[in-house]
Write a protein that binds this ligand. Structure first.
Ligand SMILES: [Zn+2]
Ligand SMILES: [Zn+2]
Length: 154
């Protein structure tokens, strides 16, 4: 992954470094994240022997819904902060941002909170239409039970 180094050299003219809306070269696992379109902004301030960085990553990311398997896009705003000392001299902000993004990825992405998922019987996406398979299975189960009970009585 591309590095994005901030070093003490960047603060020769000013004690403050501001970077806004730069494309984030995010190297991601396509299994988990389907697409990502992210930019980053940060402000770095140099104090005597320390540089302190605060910023955020914004944009959109696409995931596969863990219930209905449909791909959906989500807006994200992920904050991050870090600091490094004069002894370290430089610091890879890209790695810091990558970790912040990975920590903010949902474990079980959902296209919507009340996603109904796929029918376990016919595979239909229940958000799009109802298929009553599960109800039918329940009904058949009850009907079968009743027929057994009836047979017992006879
Ligand atoms: Zn879903
Ligand atoms: Zn079904």
């Amino acid at each position: 992954m591309e590095k994005l180094l901030v070093s003490f050299d960047d603060f020769k003219k000013s004690k403050k470094l501001v970077v806004e809306n730069k494309p984030f070269p995010f190297d991601y696992d396509k299994e988990i994240i389907k697409a990502a379109n992210l930019v980053f902004s940060f402000e770095a301030n140099k104090y005597d022997d320390v540089v302190s960085v605060t910023g955020n990553i914004t944009g959109t990311m696409s995931f596969e819904c863990s219930r209905c398997l449909k791909e959906f896009e989500q807006k994200v705003k992920i904050p991050f902060e870090c600091s490094f000392t004069k002894e370290e001299y430089e610091y890879d902000i890209a790695e810091e941002m990558r970790e912040a993004v990975l920590l903010n990825i949902p474990m079980k992405p959902l296209c919507k909170d009340d996603c109904k998922g796929l029918c376990p019987v016919c595979g239909n996406n229940k958000n799009e239409k109802d298929c009553f398979c599960e109800q039918k299975m329940k009904d058949e189960f009850v009907a079968e039970k009743w027929s057994k009970i009836k047979k017992l009585k006879i």
